[in-house]
Design a protein around this ligand. Structure first.
Ligand SMILES: Nc1ncnc2c1ncn2[C@@H]1O[C@H](COP(=O)(O)OP(=O)(O)OP(=O)(O)O)[C@@H](O)[C@H]1O
Length: 281
């Protein structure tokens, strides 16, 4: 953290709190500035254990930056970002490593190592721990592959041999490699056609339920947003202007929210969601 960045968290316990007794992510009074441009101004957001929190907002409202701040890749000019109760900008490096083992991240493009096989890509976070014997790594990788619907016949394939949907599944298996409690998703369905996108959303939904994950997601895709989010945080005017389940946000009288959720794209996605929900009943 540099001198012009000020954490206002105050002292923590020095221990990660993983039992849900504190918010999984707690952001208070956060300011982000690039030169004279203020991106976030006194932004507050709490993410509780077990929720799927989506962050939406117009282009340039600072969604990706906020995600990067939760991951400790960037630090705010001022404010406090706690993850599992600890101040992410003041955390000791060994604890940051420990924290990283408790979260997984699915990047927009899948971000697989192109020179490594499917198996090696998923094994990589496990091997970095330097504690698991190779036979356990082997079994764990196959288990993760099975979890995301990939059979063992794909283990030795290279990323260039995979379809877009399979790349996402491998990336998800790698994000889940260390059995994280917290999963970050940046545009999880970007680049997938509607059928693959729907299948991937269903996969995330079932893994969220089965593994008891907390999920933080940034997405522009309204079908994905509506199908997954338990709560949605709307960024505008440099802070969170509204926060809640979709049904509550639809009642908020704000021009961005009206346009975003009830414009043409929003209406189509809502109709599709209603249709899907009624056929599932
Ligand atoms: N490292 C940086 N240096 C300077 N400006 C930056 C930097 N990172 C982000 N910004 C600016 O901060 C603002 C927020 O960027 P960010 O990528 O977080 O927005 P976003 O909401 O994710 O946008 P989009 O929906 O278009 O992806 C933008 O104006 C961007 O140009």
């Amino acid at each position: 953290m540099s001198e012009d960045q000020v954490s206002t968290c105050g002292p923590g316990t020095g221990e990660l709190t993983l039992d849900g007794s504190v918010p999984v992510v707690e952001i208070t009074g956060l300011w982000t500035k690039y030169g004279r441009t203020v991106v976030h101004q006194d932004l507050n957001l709490e993410i509780e254990q077990g929720e799927i929190m989506s962050i939406v907002g117009g282009s340039g409202t600072g969604k990706t930056t906020l995600l990067r701040q939760m991951l400790g890749l960037e630090h705010p000019a001022r404010g406090c970002v706690r993850v599992f109760g600890e101040d992410i900008s003041e955390i000791a490096s060994d604890q940051l490593q420990q924290l990283r083992n408790h979260w997984g991240m699915l990047f927009q493009q899948g971000a697989l190592y192109s020179a490594l096989t499917v198996f090696e890509n998923i094994a990589q976070p496990m091997r970095e721990l330097h504690v698991l014997p190779e036979d356990l790594v082997h079994d764990a990788v196959l288990l993760k592959m099975n979890m995301v619907g990939l059979g063992p016949e794909h283990a030795n394939k290279m990323p260039s041999d995979l379809s877009g949907g399979m790349v996402k599944r491998v990336a998800l298996a790698r994000a889940l490699a260390l059995e994280p409690k917290l999963l970050f998703l940046d545009e999880p369905t970007a680049g997938l056609d509607p059928d693959l996108s729907e299948a991937f959303v269903a996969l995330i939904k079932s893994l969220h339920r089965e593994l008891g994950l907390t999920v933080v997601m940034v997405t522009h895709d309204l079908d994905t947003l509506f199908a997954l989010s338990t709560r949605i945080a709307v960024l505008a005017e440099k802070h969170v202007i509204a926060l809640g389940p979709l049904a509550d946000l639809l009642k908020v009288d704000h021009p961005f929210i009206k346009e975003f959720f009830l414009g043409d794209r929003g209406r189509r996605a809502l109709e599709a969601l209603e249709e899907k929900t009624s056929t599932e009943k």
